[in-house]
Ligand binder design. Structure first.
Ligand code: GLN
Ligand code: ZN
Length: 759
C-alpha cells in the first residue's frame, strides 16, 4: 500500500499579500465586490495548484477565509451577533467584515466589532464567537460548498476542513445571561450533520475536523462533549480528527474510544511514545503524521523523518505524511527572497517548499526515489552546523557563566528599599503620570523611515526630522505636565523588528509575511544563530530626549521573551537559552542607558503570557525561565534605577506569582476593558511593587471622559495603596492621532490632579 500525503491548510493571504490589498481597497470603496471575490478565487486556485504540482494526494478545501477561519465558521453556522444582522437575515460578506471590524454607522456602540484574541499559543488572532442563551444555529453561509465546486477542476480527491463544533464552542464567549455554553452543542451538531450531508452529496470522502483543544488539559465535561460529538458524526463521511500545537497522548484514552477513520497528530511539537500509540490507535484508523513543521521556517531534516517513518511503519502501515499544523503560520514562498544570502537561504523552507518536502519524503518512503535524494536535500543543514554565522563563542561562554548561577539575577535590595531610594532621586508626586512609550505614528513619520531605508533621504535629513518629532513629543508632554516622559518611538517600525536589526544572530526577509489578523500581516525576523548586541540600540535617541527636559525620560526596550515569541526561533537551541542570549544583549543596553544617566527604563513584555505552553504541567518550567530572562536584563543595576514593564491584554490569573517574580518596580497593564477586575487579583496576591493600570482604552478614537478616569482611579485606590499607584493609558499611542492623544492625556492629567488633592 502506498503512503499518502496532505497538508492541513495553506496560507490564504496570497503570494504578495493580494488579499490584504484587495480587502483594504474594498473597505475604502476603491474595489468592487466582484474584484475582491476574484482575488479570493485566484488565491485558492493558486494554493491548490501548488498542492497539485507537489503531488499531494488531497486538495485541502475550506482553509481559505476572508478574515479569519473562526469567523467563517460563525458565518457558516449562522452565529452572527444580532447587532450586525440585517432585517432579511441574509448573510453577506459585508456582514462578515462588520463583525470583524465594527460598523461605522452613526450609532457606533451598536455595531461594535466582536472581540479578537490569540489562536492558541500563536500570534494569529481569531474573532471570538459570541454565544447567547437563546442562540439558534443554521447552515447559513455556504462558502465551503462553493469552494468544493471550485476545486473540482483540479481533478484530485478533495479533503474538506472544518473546525470542530467542540473547539468552536471552547473558543467562544458567553454574552448576556450566564449559562453553560456546552448546552449549545446538540444544536450545533445538528447543523454539522446537515453540512456533512451536503458535503457527502458532492462525493467527498474525507473531512478533516480540527480539534486543537485536545492538546489542552480538558475537564470531564469537555471530554464528554468530544465523545458525544464524534458518536453523532459516526455515520457520515470519513473523519480525520485533527490535532496540533502539542501532544495529545494525555487524552489518548478518550481518542481511542472515538469511532474515527483517521487521527492527525503533531509530531514536531513533541515526539509521541510509539508504544502508547500502538496500544490505543485502532488498526483501521489512519494516522496522519505531522512531521513537517508548520510553525517554523527551517528546512526539514527529511532523512531523520524518513528513518522515523520507516520505524513507524513496522507497527502501523496505515499512515499519511503531513504538515504538523496548517501552514498558515509560515510565509508562502522562499523563492521570492532576493536579499537573503544563498548560503543562508538554503537553510529555510516556506509553505511552498514545505509542500515539496512532504512530497519528497513521501516518494522516498514509497521507494519511488532513493533516500540519497533526501541526504542531498539536507546538505545545507549540515553546512549550517559549522557556520560561523551560527556560533559565537563569546556569547556561548557568557551564557554558560550566567546560567551557572541564576540567583544573581535578583535585584540587590527588595522593592520597599528600592522605592525609598528611587523616591529620593526622582521626587515624583503621588500618582505619577506617564505613558507606555509610543506617540502617534503619523503618515509623515512612516514615510520618513521608508525614505531613509530606501536611501531617498540622507542620514542627516532623517535624524533632523526624528529629532524634531522627539522635541515636539517632549514639549507636549511637558505642557501636559506628565511626570515621567518618553521619546515617543518615532524611529521604530515594530517593537521586535527594530531591536533585532541591532542584534547579531537575526536575519530578515522581504516577503516573509504571516497573517496576524484580518488583513494585517507580520514579518517575523528569523533567529539563525547566537545573539549579541552589535551597537547601541536606543541610547542616542533616549539621551537626546533627556537633554531636552529636566523631567526624567524613560528608556524603552523590548523584552527577551517578546523578541523570542515574535520571531522564528532556531531549533538547535532550547528556547530558554535563546531567551537568555537576547536578555544579555538587552542587559548591555540597560547598562549603557544607566551609565548615560537614564534612570528609568521600561522593558516591554506583551508576549510573556502568549508563550505559555498549552499543558499546565509545563507552565512552571516556562514561567521560570521567562522570568529569569526578564530579570537577567537588569543584572546588577543600581537600586536607584527604576525598572518598568508593560503587558497588554494579558490574563494574569494563572501567572500572578511570576508577575511578582519579575520584580519590576512598576508594571503598567491593560485594565480599561477588563474594568477593575484585574486589580483585584493584584490585591489578592498582595502584589508588592507599583502598578499603573491603564486608565483608558487607546484602541478606540474616542476621547476618554475625565470623570470616567477619575472614577476608575478612585476604584483602583481601593485595591492599591496610593503610594504604589501610577497613572497611564493602557498601551502605546502609536495608532492614535495627535489630536486624540493630547485631548485624552489632558483629561487623564486633570483627573489625577483632582484626585491628588483628596489623598
Ligand atoms: N512601548 C510600546 C509602545 O508604546 C509597547 C507596545 C505594546 O505593548 N505592544 O508602543
Ligand atoms: Zn501594550
Amino acid at each position: 500500500m502506498s503512503i499518502k500525503n496532505h497538508i492541513l491548510g495553506f496560507p490564504r493571504i496570497g503570494l504578495k499579500r493580494e488579499l490584504k490589498f484587495a480587502q483594504e481597497k474594498y473597505w475604502s470603496g476603491q474595489c468592487s465586490l466582484e474584484k475582491l471575490l476574484k482575488v479570493g478565487r485566484n488565491i485558492r486556485k493558486n494554493n491548490w495548484k501548488i498542492q497539485k504540482e507537489n503531488n499531494l494526494n488531497f486538495l485541502t478545501v475550506g482553509d481559505f477565509s476572508w478574515y479569519d477561519h473562526v469567523l467563517t465558521t460563525s458565518m457558516m453556522l449562522g452565529n452572527i451577533p444580532k447587532r450586525h444582522m440585517s432585517f432579511n437575515k441574509k448573510l453577506t460578506l459585508d456582514i462578515l467584515f462588520n463583525v470583524a471590524r465594527g460598523t461605522k454607522s452613526t450609532n457606533e456602540t451598536n455595531g461594535h466589532a466582536s472581540e479578537m484574541t490569540k489562536w492558541f499559543n500563536t500570534n494569529y488572532h481569531y474573532i471570538v464567537p459570541e454565544f447567547y442563551k437563546d442562540q439558534n444555529f443554521s447552515f447559513s453561509w455556504k462558502q465551503i460548498l462553493e469552494e468544493i465546486d471550485e476545486a473540482r477542476e483540479f481533478n484530485l480527491p478533495i479533503k474538506v476542513v472544518l473546525l470542530s463544533p467542540v473547539t468552536y464552542l471552547w473558543l467562544g464567549k458567553v454574552k448576556g445571561h450566564r449559562f453553560n455554553k456546552l448546552k449549545l452543542l446538540p444544536d450545533l451538531i445538528k447543523i454539522y450533520q446537515k453540512i456533512f450531508k451536503e458535503i457527502q452529496k458532492k462525493n467527498i470522502t474525507w473531512i478533516q475536523i480540527d480539534e486543537p483543544i485536545l492538546a489542552f488539559d480538558l475537564d470531564e465535561s469537555w471530554k464528554e462533549a468530544i465523545y458525544y460529538t464524534y458518536k453523532k458524526f459516526e455515520s457520515f463521511s470519513k473523519i480525520l480528527l485533527t490535532t496540533y500545537f502539542g501532544s495529545v497522548l494525555h487524552n489518548i484514552k478518550l481518542i481511542s474510544k472515538l469511532n474515527i477513520d483517521g487521527l492527525h497528530i503533531d509530531i514536531v511539537s513533541e515526539e509521541p511514545d510509539l508504544m502508547i500509540l500502538k496500544k490505543y490507535i485502532k488498526p483501521k484508523c489512519i494516522l496522519s503524521l505531522g512531521v513537517i513543521n508548520g510553525r517554523n521556517i527551517w528546512r526539514s531534516d527529511l532523512f531523520f523523518w524518513f528513518n522515523y517513518i520507516k520505524k513507524f511503519l513496522k507497527f502501523k502501515k496505515e499512515i499519511w505524511i503531513s504538515s504538523s499544523c496548517s501552514l498558515l503560520h509560515v510565509p508562502i514562498d522562499l523563492s521570492l527572497e532576493n536579499n537573503l544570502k544563498s548560503s543562508i537561504k538554503e537553510w529555510f523552507s516556506f509553505a511552498v517548499q514545505k509542500c515539496f518536502e512532504i512530497s519528497l519524503l513521501t516518494q522516498a518512503v514509497n521507494n519511488k526515489i532513493s533516500s540519497t535524494q533526501l541526504i542531498e536535500w539536507i546538505k545545507p543543514l549540515k553546512k549550517r552546523k559549522l557556520s560561523t554565522l551560527v556560533h559565537n563563542s563569546t556569547t556561548q561562554l557568557r551564557i554558560k557563566k550566567i546560567t551557572q548561577n541564576l540567583s544573581i539575577t535578583k535585584r540587590l535590595n527588595s522593592y520597599s528599599i528600592r522605592q525609598k531610594i528611587q523616591q529620593k532621586l526622582f521626587n515624583l508626586p503621588l500618582l505619577p503620570l506617564t505613558t507606555i512609550g509610543s506617540f502617534p505614528q503619523t503618515e509623515k513619520i512612516r514615510k520618513l523611515r521608508l525614505d531613509f531605508k530606501n536611501q531617498i533621504i540622507t542620514q542627516n535629513e532623517y535624524y533632523t526630522e526624528i529629532k524634531k518629532y522627539i522635541k515636539y513629543a517632549i514639549s507636549e508632554q511637558e505642557k501636559l505636565d506628565l511626570d515621567v516622559l518618553v521619546h515617543g518611538e518615532p524611529e521604530r517600525n515594530d517593537m521586535v523588528e527594530y531591536f533585532s536589526e541591532y542584534l547579531e544572530g537575526f536575519v530578515f526577509t522581504e516577503y516573509g509575511w504571516v497573517q496576524s489578523y484580518g488583513s494585517r500581516c507580520v514579518k517575523p525576523p528569523i533567529i539563525i544563530g547566537d545573539i549579541s548586541r552589535i551597537t547601541p540600540i536606543t541610547i542616542f535617541w533616549t539621551k537626546y530626549a533627556q537633554s531636552l527636559t529636566r523631567k526624567p525620560v524613560k528608556g524603552m526596550l523590548t523584552g527577551p521573551v517578546t523578541i523570542l515569541c515574535w520571531s522564528f526561533p532556531r531549533e538547535d537551541l532550547p528556547y530558554d537559552i535563546i531567551a537568555k542570549q537576547i536578555a544579555c544583549a538587552i542587559m548591555d543596553e540597560v547598562r549603557e542607558l544607566e551609565n548615560s544617566g537614564i534612570n528609568i527604563i521600561q522593558i516591554d513584555e506583551p508576549a510573556l503570557r502568549e508563550g505559555l505552553p498549552l499543558r499546565k504541567s509545563k507552565h512552571k518550567q516556562y514561567l521560570e525561565w521567562a522570568t529569569e530572562a526578564f530579570r537577567l536584563c537588569t543584572l546588577n543595576i543600581k537600586d536607584s534605577t527604576q525598572i518598568h514593564t508593560h503587558m497588554c491584554y494579558c490574563e494574569f490569573q494563572d501567572i500572578m506569582p511570576s508577575i511578582v517574580a519579575l520584580d519590576a518596580d512598576v508594571i503598567t497593564i491593560e485594565t480599561s476593558r477588563s474594568d477593575i477586575e484585574l486589580l483585584k487579583f493584584f490585591k489578592k496576591f498582595k502584589y508588592p511593587n507599583s502598578i499603573g493600570p491603564g486608565v483608558y482604552d487607546i484602541h478606540t478614537p474616542e476621547i476618554p471622559k475625565m470623570q470616567n478616569i477619575y472614577k476608575l482611579l478612585s476604584q483602583s485606590l481601593k485595591n492599591i495603596s496610593h503610594t504604589k499607584l501610577w497613572v497611564n493609558p493602557d498601551c502605546g499611542l502609536k495608532t492614535r492621532t495627535w489630536t486624540e492623544t493630547l485631548l485624552s492625556l489632558k483629561n487623564m492629567v486633570i483627573a489625577v490632579k483632582m484626585l491628588r488633592k483628596k489623598i
